[in-house]
Design a protein around this ligand. Structure first.
Ligand code: TYM
Length: 331
């Protein structure tokens, strides 16, 4: 096993669609808080992004954009490894091995995200979309990962990575650590603004469902003012009975660093409209600050950071892959 003194975390974001506050609050924000305590590896998982229809010219730009968002969001490339998944070939090679020796059709048939994305009568979706959780398991296991900080929609995929590691260890040799998922208590599932029963998503049709990290602040404020609220008039957290207001309270609390209890006190007896106006200001301030940092980062500098990250990530992944190849008898 690779010797580290610090525990290792691995996570990633797909360079598809436009990143939103859900991605930031559920994933990137928690990564940033873990950088000093953990040995961190954050990937831009481009081979996941090609499993659905995409435009190759846009993809290249998105890869750089995601890395810039990591950095503007507070990931420090001097502390954490930031790299592009396709730069480390071990990921796809190991994915093939896991497909062959550890993953079962019955595992993948359980994946709810595949069912949601593929829809009914899913004959026209790619084999890659179906196999996507195995590539994610390969990402995680190659780095001897202890902890995987993600939003709650990725929990089932991390559990699959655990199952595949256990199965491999059982069938061959104990070479994998069993990674633990880490899900934030608050922010792990930011809901859609126009339908608070659904999670905020990059791929939802209506842009009024999400606040994108690169939205102009005036547009983002409009989105908050138009957000679906609940019947009743009290600004109170109750995710079952008041999913709309509860979601807005969560976003407010995390962006402004104020406890939900304190927000409830502050807005006691105050109408939804006033609460939304204040939240719109909080969101605008967050976006302005975030985008100021984002705009200062130069694309060529990011390409260099990714190249340097790949140089550090590749040998770690390669070492695990060699061990796997020896274990399964091909080397
Ligand atoms: P992706 O690109 O869909 O999402 C990136 C991260 O954002 C989180 N997230 C949310 N968190 C809170 N509320 C939401 N509404 C919300 N929507 C998304 C996701 O949970 C995720 O943490 N398969 C992964 C990428 C991946 C990966 C990995 C992650 C590939 N390999 C290895 C960890 C480890 C994905 O598609 O995330």
């Amino acid at each position: 096993m690779i010797q580290n003194t610090k525990k290792r975390i691995f996570s990633g974001v797909q360079p598809s669609g436009n990143l939103h506050v859900g991605n930031f609050l559920g994933a990137i924000k928690q990564w940033v808080g873990m950088q000093d305590e953990y040995d961190c590896i954050f990937s831009v998982v481009d081979y996941h992004a090609i499993t659905v229809k995409y435009d190759p010219k846009v993809l290249r730009k998105k890869i750089i954009e995601i890395a810039k968002i990591y950095i503007a969001g507070g990931v420090n490339p001097e502390k954490a490894i930031i790299f592009q998944q396709s730069d480390a070939r071990a990921h796809t090679e190991f994915c093939w091995i896991l497909n062959a020796v550890s993953a079962r059709i019955s595992d993948l048939n359980k994946m709810t995200q595949f069912k949601d994305k593929a829809g009914k009568g899913n004959v026209n979706v790619s084999v890659g979309l179906y196999d996507y959780p195995v590539l994610m398991a390969a990402d995680i296991l190659l780095y001897d990962t202890d902890i995987v900080p993600v939003g709650d929609d990725q929990l089932q995929h991390v559990e699959l990575a655990r199952d595949l590691a256990k199965r491999f260890n059982h069938d061959y040799e104990e070479i994998f650590k069993i990674p633990e998922p880490k899900i934030m208590k608050q922010g792990a599932r930011i809901m859609s603004l126009d339908n608070p029963e659904k999670k905020m998503s990059k791929s939802a049709e209506s842009e009024f469902s999400r606040i994108e990290l690169l939205d102009e602040s005036a547009l983002a404020m409009k989105k908050i003012m138009k957000a679906t609220t609940d019947t009743g008039a009290e600004v109170k957290f109750n995710s079952k009975e008041k999913p709309g207001i509860s979601n807005l309270l969560t976003i407010y609390s995390l962006l402004a660093n104020i406890d939900i209890k304190d927000l409830e006190k502050k807005y006691s007896g105050i109408m939804y409209g006033e609460f939304k106006k204040d939240l719109a200001e909080v969101v605008a301030e967050f976006l302005n600050d975030f985008q100021k940092k984002y705009n200062k980062i130069d694309d060529s500098q990011v390409a260099e950071i990714l190249a340097a990250g790949a140089k550090k990530a590749e040998p770690i992944a390669e070492e695990t892959l060699v061990k796997v190849k020896i274990t399964i008898g091909v080397k």
